[in-house]
Design a protein around this ligand. Structure first.
Ligand code: FAD
Length: 396
């Protein structure tokens, strides 16, 4: 009995929303979480697995506690369709689940149509993105281990907005750290579709100069328009083709398939417009969208830290709406993204965002936030503590 909230996707946003809907309603709202994966695998810290500093087990957390401690019912399946008239979600396994309110948090999917060569058989096993943590994280690590010394690892970055602005530059550091130790004749080349480094520019440039001189090379304004996966060749809009030993292509991305297919991706058919007070979709009533899938307000990154706070804001709003009350106080978020530049040294960027009632959007609080003065081992400890805390807050 009681109202029923269904959550699609148990990532940083969805798992948090599921847990906090149970907590804020004191168990009065039933919650069902639909998630195909057996375990949560964290993208934050996954670059350390690629660098050989951590193992995949270190970033893998079971969903058990959501069920055992919080009474969230977990359905291990994939949502394939949403019927907002009947308020029903259809499952790949054939079933259907009815809802009073639906929370859609599928993260991102890739715009493969922008890389035609990646549709060839086997292409997506040969050239990896590793931009969703899991099997690809492990497979990319294996490709790097198998690469002969003297090889080139090419990492291509799509035009912003993409999931985790500093993530690619951290990944370059982690691969270079591995090469410096194990394959000193090898190189990392970053092909960035953007005009410049998207986050913590001075700190990354300093780290590359201090630790990876002659290993990391950065080439801005290199937009990959196709890939020949068989020869690991990147094709650019304006520049010559580049043949890598290991090609790691992060494709253009948009809201997860289910959100696009359900008509929620109203911004350029890519991201989902929401009301930032409740995260209710601007297109479909009683459906809320969270996390990387939304059209973010200016300067708000697509981050796990943000997604977790979307989850709490949405949970509070959904519980209020189901109980016939006004949604609670205006949201105020903090964001911190840590990046490892060596196995120990870390840099951060932080910001604070407040809801502006007049403009109806989230605005960066003037004077808030900033970046590290320098990379440090102390911030390395903070970064790992951040990860443990957010995993506990989301899943424990
Ligand atoms: P996700 O966490 O991706 O969760 C989506 C979930 O939905 C998945 O579990 C998926 O299986 C499920 N799903 C999808 N479709 C369906 C469907 N049809 N039915 C059912 N379930 C479905 N952020 C930080 O804050 N700090 C960092 O240090 C950081 N580092 C990063 C490093 C890398 C390399 C990467 C790639 C990202 C990093 N991020 C970081 C960003 C962070 O991972 C994302 O912003 C965050 O995961 C977004 O949360 P989400 O819930 O929207 O999506």
């Amino acid at each position: 009995s009681g109202p029923h909230v269904v959550v699609i996707g148990g990532g940083y946003a969805g798992a948090t929303a599921a847990k906090y809907t149970r907590l804020f309603s004191e168990g009065k709202v039933r919650v069902t979480l639909i998630e195909p994966n057996a375990n949560f695998v964290s993208c934050p810290i996954s670059n350390l697995v690629i660098g050989g500093i951590k193992q995949i087990q270190d970033i893998t957390i079971p969903y058990d506690n959501l069920q055992k401690r919080h009474g969230v019912q977990i359905v291990r399946d994939r949502a394939t369709a949403i019927d907002p008239e009947k308020r029903v979600v259809k499952l790949a396994g054939g079933g259907e689940i009815g809802y009073d309110r639906l929370i859609v948090s599928p993260g991102i999917d890739f715009m493969w149509e922008t890389l035609p060569g990646m549709a060839k058989p086997g292409a997506q096993d040969a050239v990896l993105h590793a931009w969703k943590a899991g099997p690809q994280t492990v497979a990319l690590r294996k490709q790097l281990e198998a690469m002969p010394d003297g090889g080139v690892y090419a990492l291509s970055i799509p035009l912003a907005p993409y999931r985790c602005p500093p993530g690619p530059y951290e990944r370059a550091c982690m691969v270079a750290h591995y090469f410096k130790k194990a394959k000193p004749k090898s190189k990392v080349i970053i092909f960035d579709a953007n005009d410049d480094i998207q986050s913590k520019k001075a700190l990354f440039l300093k780290a590359w100069d201090d630790h990876y001189k002659g290993i990391i090379e950065y080439r801005p304004k290199h937009r990959v328009v196709d890939v020949d996966a068989a020869t690991k060749t990147l094709k650019f809009e304006f520049n010559d083709d580049f043949k890598a030993s290991v090609a790691n292509v992060v494709p253009n991305m948009r809201a997860g398939d289910i959100a696009v297919q359900a008509g929620l991706a109203t911004a350029n058919k890519r991201w989902c417009d929401v009301d930032f007070l409740t995260f209710e979709s601007k297109a479909v009533k009683n459906v809320h969208v969270l996390g990387d899938a939304i059209q973010i307000a200016p300067a708000m990154p697509k981050s796990g830290h943000m997604a977790n706070q979307h989850g709490k804001t949405c949970a509070a709003a959904v519980v209020s709406l189901l109980m016939g009350k006004e949604p609670p106080a205006l949201p105020l978020y903090a964001n911190t993204c840590y990046s490892f530049v060596t196995d120990e040294d870390v840099v951060h960027v932080a910001s604070v965002h407040r809801y502006d009632a007049e403009k109806k959007t989230m605005l960066t609080v003037p004077g808030s936030g900033g970046v590290s003065a320098r990379a440090s081992e102390l911030e390395g400890r903070y970064a790992l503590a951040w990860a443990r805390n957010i995993w506990a807050d989301t899943l424990a």
